[in-house]
Design a protein around this ligand. Structure first.
Ligand code: SIN
Length: 483
């Protein structure tokens, strides 16, 4: 890693506008080669309390500024991120493993939330409601909720932070971020750039830690924190939600998915294969919206699976820092074990491995892109997020069967389908129990649309005008005596 600005590689916690070396540290490793990238400060419960104190102290002044004043600083942050795109992408690839082109895409994606909310924060409009009495007037105002805690995942170490932090800061909240322990360096680089952009001390704080439970306990238990936003697994999300109950915090959760990707007989085959490739193999299959179950109708099944398998075999697997790489390593051993367990169980239940099937020799976190044909809903991989470059393809006969199969899961984040009959497209889109539906597209993520799920995939929306709501409270003012 050769950063043109080495000061972006930070290893201390960022609290109250200052870098705080903690007593202990933990290693951050490159998942491709195990190289030590940095020893990072290991924030404790006491550090978390200090960050919450700083964020609480900064809130009155930050929230009193006009949206336009806050917007200027957010825009500077956006510009600095884009000016440092190459360095940020290198850091991201080094700690997360994703191919450098995808990392550059993530930096742009991450910045786009800041740019969007720097503007949208100016439109946190209230309302005027016709009064219920002759002397009554009713107005509704939107106010920032206060201190926000953001707990973010390793698969998008930049974008999942900006997607939460940008709307929060834009409307006047202050924030404490706990990044994932695998990928704190991107978060700390964002903090360095936030400090250069001119956010006042305490407005934005970042706490790397190898002890998420201790830090999380303060973030969920401290009554000064008014809102928790979490992206990660459903199991952890449920626990955090329970932990927030004690202080009745506003909560938003973006949790696991089990995305169906349906290909109807009348689909454009080439487009469906391209969409499935994009959705399945983005970040080596490690996104919550990756196609997890590919359902293909009988009439197109053979053609689809042949073309999809050929495209999968053409993928270049390797070191994310190399331009040619399309599939980087899995994040860690636990991810590898999960993918292997699901594959072994699927084979035991009659799955046919059409290509791939295991790690690249001598590089165990590099998993070969794998296509599983003849998948069935008895297999565990139809019930769990695979979170790796393994595509399971199922056959179906009728539209009703496809919708039933797609909905037969407790999750409801993203779904996709390909077909050309517009009446069916409308019907199926309505019947899918998901927060997001891609119709003839495998890529749905953008700052201008509301990202989020239903059922056990969580609640709350990120991005778009809907993404502001999660950081606002609605207050109604009843004016009497207006004669
Ligand atoms: C996620 O995997 O949680 C987010 C993916 C995205 O924003 O596209």
């Amino acid at each position: 890693m050769q950063l043109s600005d080495p000061t972006l590689l930070r290893s201390s916690a960022y609290v109250n506008g200052d870098w705080h070396p903690a007593g202990a540290s933990f290693p951050v490793l490159n998942p491709f080669n195990g190289e030590l990238l940095a020893e990072v400060a290991d924030a404790t419960a006491a550090d978390t309390e200090a960050a919450v104190t700083a964020a609480s102290a900064a809130f009155p002044e930050w929230s009193a500024r006009t949206a336009a004043e806050r917007s200027k600083i957010l825009r500077r942050w956006n510009d600095l991120i884009l000016e440092n795109l190459e360095d940020l992408a290198q850091l991201l690839t080094a700690e997360q493993g994703k191919p450098i082109n995808e990392a550059q895409g993530e930096v742009r994606y991450g910045a786009s939330f800041i740019e969007w909310f720097a503007e949208e924060g100016k439109r946190a409009y209230g309302d005027v409601i016709p009064g219920h009495g002759r002397d009554k007037r009713i107005t509704v105002v939107k106010q920032p909720v206060g201190v926000v805690a953001a707990i973010t995942p390793w698969n998008f170490p930049i974008a999942m932070i900006t997607r939460k932090v940008a709307p929060a800061l834009a409307v006047g909240c202050t924030v404490v971020v706990k990044p994932a322990e695998d990928t704190p360096l991107s978060a700390l680089a964002l903090a360095e750039l936030a400090s250069r952009a001119g956010f006042p001390p305490g407005v934005f704080n970042v706490l790397p830690t190898s002890n998420p439970k201790a830090v999380g306990a303060v973030l969920t238990g401290d009554e000064r924190v008014k809102k928790l936003s979490f992206t990660g697994s459903t199991a952890v999300g449920k626990q955090l939600m329970a932990d927030c109950a004690g202080t009745v915090k506003k909560v938003s959760l973006e949790l696991g998915g089990n995305a169906p990707f349906i290909v109807f007989d009348d689909a454009d085959l080439a487009a469906a294969v391209e969409g499935a490739m994009a959705s399945k193999y983005r970040n080596a299959g490690q996104t919550c919206v990756c196609a997890n179950r590919i359902f293909v109708q009988n009439g197109i099944y053979e053609d689809f699976i042949a073309a999809f398998t050929r495209a999968t075999q053409a993928l270049t697997v390797g070191d994310g820092s190399q331009e040619a790489t399309e599939i980087g390593p899995l994040i860690n051993e636990a991810a590898l074990e999960k993918v292997q367990r699901l594959l072994v169980e699927a084979e035991r239940n009659g799955a046919e491995i059409l290509t791939g099937g295991g790690p690249v020799e001598g590089q165990e976190l590099l998993f070969q892109p794998t296509v599983v044909g003849g998948a069935s809903t008895d297999m565990q991989m139809s019930k769990e997020e695979i979170f790796g470059p393994v595509a399971a393809v199922y056959r179906f006969e009728t539209e009703a069967e496809a919708v039933e199969l797609a909905n037969a899961t407790p999750f409801g984040l993203a779904a996709y389908f390909y077909g050309r009959d517009y009446a069916r497209c409308w019907r199926v889109a309505e019947r899918l129990e998901y927060g997001m539906v891609g119709i003839n597209t495998g890529m749905i993520s953008t700052a201008v649309a509301p990202f989020g799920g239903v059922k056990e995939s969580g609640f709350g929306r990120e991005g778009s005008k809907y993404g502001l709501e999660d950081y606002l409270m609605t207050k109604y003012l009843c004016w009497g005596g207006v004669e």
